[in-house]
Design a protein around this ligand. Structure first.
Ligand SMILES: C=C1C[C@]23C[C@@]1(O)CC[C@H]2[C@@]12CC[C@H](O)[C@@](C)(C(=O)O1)[C@H]2[C@@H]3C(=O)O
Ligand SMILES: O=C(O)CCC(=O)C(=O)O
Ligand SMILES: [Fe+2]
Length: 358
C-alpha cells in the first residue's frame, strides 16, 4: 500500500499516525534483494524468522487462587502456593482464576479504557484528554526511540502512576481506575507474598517498598495492522517491575518465551488474569523466578486492548538477592530504570538485568 494513496479510506481522527512512522522506518531498512527476478525481503529484516519454533499446543499454567483463602484447607493452600512458585520458576508466567477482582470492576475499566482511546488523536497527544491529570502527560504511541522497523510498536498507550489517579479530571475514568488499581494491588501483594514465602522469607519487603505511589497502570491499544509481518504490537521485552498483572481482551496476540527458547501464545480466557514475573523479582530471587521475554503480535482485522498493572518498588529501594551468593550486584530501582532508559535511547533496545551480573 502506498503511504498516502488517494484510494485509502481517510484516517480515523483518533488513530495515531503509525503507518507514516512505519513507512519512514521502512526506508531505513536494507534494500530488497532480487536474485531470480523476484523480490525477497532480506532474512535479517524478517520480523519472525521462518525457522523460529513456536509451541502453539503448550498451555500456560492456569491456577485457581481461591485456594489461597483462609477458608481453604492447609493442604489446598500449600498446593496452590507450590503451583504458583513452580510456574514462576519455569515459565515466569501463569494465569489466575477466582482472583477476587469483581467482573464489574474489570468491565467498567475496559469501557473507560475504550472511551479514552476513542478521543481525537490531537486531544490524546496534548495531555491525555480524559486522562489529563495534574502530572505529566501519560499518552504515547509507536516507540519514539525506534531506530528500525523491528523496534517499532504498533500500539498506543496511556501510562499512569497509580498515585496520580486521584488527579484525573474525568470522574468516571478516575473512579473506574481507582477501583481497578486498588483491587489489582491487593492481588499483586498476595502473589508476591506467596513467592517470597516459597523462598523462605516473608512478604513484608514488598508491602514496605511497593505502595500506591510506586506502581503503574498502562492501558494498551493495538490497532488492526495491515503490516503484521513487519511490525510487532510490542517488541520482545521483559518487564522491569516485580510482577505484572495483565488483563487482555478476547483477540489474542500475547506470546511468551518459554525457558527452552520457544514462543508460546497466551490464549485469552475471559475469567483469567495473566501474571508475569519482572526483572526485579528475578534479581531479588537470585534467578529462581524468571522474568520471561514476551511480545505482542498484531492482528490484521481486529483492534486489541489490554491493561497492564506494574507492581514496582520505590525508586530508592535496593534490590538485593535474598539468596547468596548473589548473581546480580545490589542496585536501586532508580539505577535500573535510568540504565534501561539510557540503553533504549542509545540503541532502541533494552539490555536489562545482564548489565547487573556480578
Ligand atoms: C523501547 C522499549 C521501552 C520499554 C523497553 C523497550 O525496549 C521495550 C519494552 C518497553 C518496556 C515495557 C514494560 C515496561 O513498561 C518497561 C519500563 C520495560 O521494562 O520494558 C518498558 C520500557 C520503557 O518504556 O522504557
Ligand atoms: O498487551 C499485552 O498483553 C502485554 C503488554 C505488555 O507486555 C506491557 O505493557 O508491558
Ligand atoms: Fe510487558
Amino acid at each position: 500500500m502506498e503511504a498516502h494513496d488517494s484510494s485509502e479510506p481517510p484516517l480515523d481522527s483518533s488513530e495515531p499516525p503509525l503507518e507514516q512512522t512505519l513507512i519512514t522506518l521502512r526506508k531505513n531498512q536494507s534494500p530488497e534483494i532480487s536474485d531470480d527476478g523476484r523480490n525477497h525481503r532480506p532474512a535479517e529484516t524478517l520480523l519472525i524468522p521462518e525457522d523460529e519454533e513456536s509451541r502453539e499446543f503448550m498451555v500456560l499454567p492456569m491456577i485457581d487462587i481461591s485456594r489461597l483463602s483462609f477458608e481453604a484447607g492447609h493442604a489446598e493452600r500449600t498446593e496452590c502456593e507450590e503451583e504458583i512458585a513452580e510456574a514462576a520458576r519455569h515459565w515466569g508466567f501463569f494465569q489466575v482464576v477466582n482472583h477476587g477482582i469483581p467482573t464489574q470492576v474489570i468491565e467498567q475499566m475496559t469501557v473507560e479504557q475504550k472511551k479514552a482511546f476513542r478521543q481525537p488523536f490531537e486531544v490524546k497527544e496534548a495531555g491525555g484528554g480524559k486522562l489529563q491529570n495534574r502530572q505529566a502527560s501519560s499518552y504515547r504511541w509507536g516507540n519514539p526511540a525506534a531506530k528500525c522497523l523491528r523496534q517499532m510498536f504498533w500500539s498506543e498507550e496511556f501510562r499512569i502512576p497509580t498515585g496520580d489517579i486521584y488527579g484525573i479530571e474525568d470522574q468516571s475514568l478516575r473512579s473506574a481506575m481507582e477501583m481497578y488499581a486498588t483491587a489489582v494491588t491487593v492481588l499483586a501483594e498476595k502473589i508476591a507474598g506467596v513467592l517470597a514465602g516459597n523462598l523462605g522469607t516473608g512478604g513484608s519487603y514488598f508491602r514496605e517498598n511497593c505502595t500506591v505511589r510506586t506502581c503503574h497502570l498502562r492501558l494498551n491499544r493495538y490497532p488492526p495492522c495491515p503490516f503484521s509481518e513487519e511490525v510487532f504490537g510490542i517488541v520482545p521485552h521483559t518487564d522491569s517491575d516485580f510482577l505484572t498483572i495483565v488483563c487482555q481482551d478476547a483477540v489474542g496476540g500475547l506470546q511468551l518465551m518459554k525457558d527452552d527458547g520457544c514462543w508460546v501464545s497466551v490464549s485469552p480466557n475471559p475469567n483469567a488474569l495473566v501474571i508475569n514475573i519482572g526483572d526485579m523479582l528475578e534479581a531479588w530471587s537470585n534467578g529462581a523466578y524468571k522474568s520471561a521475554r514476551h511480545r505482542v503480535i498484531t492482528s490484521l482485522e481486529e483492534e486489541r486492548f489490554s491493561i497492564a498493572f506494574f507492581y514496582c518498588p520505590k525508586s530508592e529501594t535496593v534490590i538485593r538477592s535474598c539468596i547468596s551468593p548473589a548473581i546480580y550486584r545490589d542496585f536501586s530501582f532508580r539505577e535500573y530504570q535510568l540504565q534501561v532508559q539510557k540503553d533504549v535511547r542509545a540503541t532502541g533496545d533494552k539490555v536489562g538485568l545482564k548489565r547487573f551480573l556480578v
